[in-house]
Write a protein that binds this ligand. Structure first.
Ligand code: 1GP
Length: 256
């Protein structure tokens, strides 16, 4: 069976929408959320204007958990459901696409290319749309940083993060995900986003980790992020998450 690596419908849709304004992605961790809770959260966030649902986590995620959570979400909302895998076991046939990620600043080749080699055959078998994504951890990176053996980029050095993104783009990766880690005490700096978008033309830049205020989300949107991910705040305080989504849409307007 041949598998064509090309820009698919999910990526096209995200790119089209991101030309108009910064997007919001809702992250659901199947280890922390039952299928029923996941669909309730997805419905609530869809009503507030979230643009896609990411499903994944670093620890304790079985393929059955991911399958059940995605099936439940897909029964409830029409938004694209995109896998955000912590490992090969996070790949589900029920998703619309997968962030096919390489953790570029890992010290362990498994997270740079090993898991991807194992996962590629599964992605092809499930006929999933693969979105080539550089996953770059800034600071310690929480569980993702620990599990992925990341050599964290100093948060106060935007030029280093931007250079990783530049290299990723030269390697043909179309998406870059700057990660501070779920529940991190601080976020990626808006300066890092601004510099990266200034030096690389058409990279789709996702930012996540520790975003829990409208103010910080607005600043990241104004700096030019294409998508902002929130996970913890969606689980802990959906009303606040709704306000964050509104702030992103307001401050991330690109006027096209
Ligand atoms: C983690 O970037 C995401 O991979 C989301 O982080 O849970 O802190 O929103 P939060």
């Amino acid at each position: 069976m041949k598998y064509h690596v090309r820009i698919g419908p999910v990526e096209e849709c995200l790119r089209r929408k991101a030309e108009e304004h910064t997007l919001h992605f809702t992250l659901i961790d199947p280890d922390k959320t039952t299928p029923r809770e996941a669909s309730e959260l997805a419905v609530r966030m869809a009503e507030c204007g979230t643009d896609a649902i990411l499903v994944g986590g670093s620890i304790g995620v079985s393929q059955a958990d991911v399958d059940n959570v995605i099936k439940s979400i897909k029964n409830s909302v029409k938004l694209p459901v995109i896998i955000f895998p912590g490992n090969v076991s996070g790949i589900s046939r029920y998703a619309d696409a997968i962030l096919f990620m390489s953790l570029l600043n890992s010290l362990d080749p498994y997270y740079i290319i090993g898991a991807q080699v194992l996962g590629s055959l599964i992605v092809r078998k499930f006929k999933l749309e693969a979105i080539p994504t550089a996953y770059i951890i800034i600071g310690e990176g929480g569980a993702a940083g620990h599990v992925g053996r990341a050599y964290g980029i100093p948060p106060e050095k935007p030029e280093i993060a931007a250079t990783y993104a530049l290299a990723a783009s030269m390697l043909g990766m179309r998406f870059v995900y700057f990660e501070r880690g779920s529940g991190a005490s601080d976020t990626v700096k808006p300066e890092t986003v601004e510099l990266t978008k200034r030096i690389i033309n058409d990279i789709f830049l996702i930012v996540g980790g520790g975003i829990r205020s409208e103010d910080r989300a607005s600043k990241l949107a104004s700096a030019g992020a294409d998508a902002i991910v929130t996970g913890t705040i969606v689980e802990e305080d959906p009303e606040k998450a709704a306000r964050i989504i509104r702030a992103i849409k307001q401050h991330g307007f690109k006027g096209k």
